[in-house]
Design a protein around this ligand. Structure first.
Ligand code: 5GP
Ligand code: ZN
Length: 117
């Protein structure tokens, strides 16, 4: 938990969100400004700023996070198979377009056409 971090507060429930998933290590919720019919944010509960901070020994929990993405996509309206699908976007740092300094996966999908972000 980082004192002034919006996503830490969302994971703790002190700032409300439309939650779609929670377990011991992860929290997922709807993006407040969706870029597509399905737009979720998946975060680790532990505060880590970005992919810049990822080390080799983070592989186990990062692997779990990656494996959660298709499950949450499917549970929240992304169609399965080659005709369906979704995107996982991890904006990293200023040049990477990251605005919130707590690592997050954007899970973006829904039937096309929709504006490409
Ligand atoms: P970034 O640009 O850091 O990759 O993405 C941050 C995302 O967080 C944006 O898509 C933005 O709409 C979303 N966001 C910012 N503030 C809030 C909030 O208070 N609640 C929710 N649910 N999403 C937020
Ligand atoms: Zn945080």
């Amino acid at each position: 938990m980082s004192e002034n971090c919006l996503f830490c507060k969302i994971a703790k429930g002190t700032i409300p969100s439309k939650k779609v998933y929670e377990d011991e290590d992860f929290f997922a919720f709807h993006d407040i400004n969706p870029a597509a019919p399905v737009h979720l944010l998946l975060i680790p509960k532990r505060h880590i700023v970005s992919m810049h901070d990822v080390q080799a020994d983070d592989a186990p929990w990062l692997g779990k996070m990656m494996a959660l993405a298709p499950r949450l996509a499917a549970e929240n309206g992304c169609r399965p198979g080659a005709e369906g699908g979704f995107r996982v976007v991890v904006n990293t740092g200023s040049d990477g377009g990251q605005e919130i300094a707590h690592l997050h996966f954007h899970i973006i999908g829904g039937e096309r056409p929709w504006h490409k972000r």
